[in-house]
Design a protein around this ligand. Structure first.
Ligand code: C2E
Ligand code: C2E
Length: 174
């Protein structure tokens, strides 16, 4: 039964949490800060160029890129943060008790780590959108994810390998 439960909230390839579990944790976090206050952030992340890696180098290399990114995310965030894979090239992180500026630093730390990896065939780069939970407006998590997603698309439109933080200019890493 424990194994079945695990499977229902983990992404099988990476063992990160899946979208369903992430949304449950996000909703709990919204309820928590509505009562107790504080800043918490949500980050949406895209693995840049996954389709190209799949198409030119094959799906094994695509999977390797996905697994490597997941590992870097896990190793560079606290065990109280929630790292998830929503599917395909889409990832998310919930950062409880973390202001926007710190969230930006954490994602930059992940990008810097990815840049130091010694993988011969391809480079792993990400785009990210970061937003703060607004406990009075964000009642069910959908609006938070939508905001983070819009910022992510802004980051992708401005040339990928970029972080877009709510209310600030994008940071381009290229
Ligand atoms: P820092 O690395 O410059 O981080 C500044 C603040 O960003 C932290 O303040 C925290 O609020 C937030 N932050 C950084 N990384 C994470 C993360 O992975 N997850 C979340 N949720 N928040 C994060 P804080 O907690 O007061 O820590 C102050 C300083 O203490 C940090 O500055 C860092 O130098 C050190 N530190 C704290 N915990 C760790 C740790 O587990 N590993 C390392 N290497 N340093 C740590
Ligand atoms: P953890 O809290 O699960 O954090 C895992 C890893 O996320 C850390 O590995 C570090 O790479 C990154 N990280 C988390 N928070 C921060 C931060 O504020 N700043 C920076 N620069 N990196 C951060 P690391 O450093 O090997 O630490 C392993 C574990 O040791 C941490 O697991 C935590 O349980 C503990 N730890 C390390 N430093 C501190 C600290 O300053 N304060 C506290 N309370 N715990 C710490």
């Amino acid at each position: 039964i424990q194994k079945l439960e695990e499977a229902s909230f983990r992404d099988p390839l990476t063992k990160l949490f899946n979208r369903r579990y992430f949304v449950m944790m996000l909703q709990a976090e919204i309820r928590r800060i509505k009562r107790y206050g504080g800043d918490s952030c949500v980050v949406m992340i895209d693995l840049d160029g996954l389709k190209q890696i799949n198409d030119t180098l094959g799906h094994d290399k695509g999977d390797l890129a996905i697994i490597t990114l997941s590992k870097v995310m896990m190793e560079n965030t606290r065990n109280t943060d929630v790292c998830a894979r929503f599917g395909g090239d889409e990832f998310a992180i919930l950062l409880p008790n973390t202001p926007l500026e710190s969230a930006g630093l954490i994602i930059q730390r992940i990008i810097d780590k990815l840049d130091t990896l010694d993988i011969k065939e391809f480079r792993i780069s990400i785009s990210a959108g970061i937003t703060k939970i607004l406990p009075n407006d964000d009642t069910n998590g959908i609006s938070v994810l939508k905001r983070a997603d819009e910022l992510l698309y802004k980051a992708k439109r401005s040339g990928k390998h970029t972080i877009c933080i709510d209310g600030t200019e994008e940071q381009n890493n290229s």
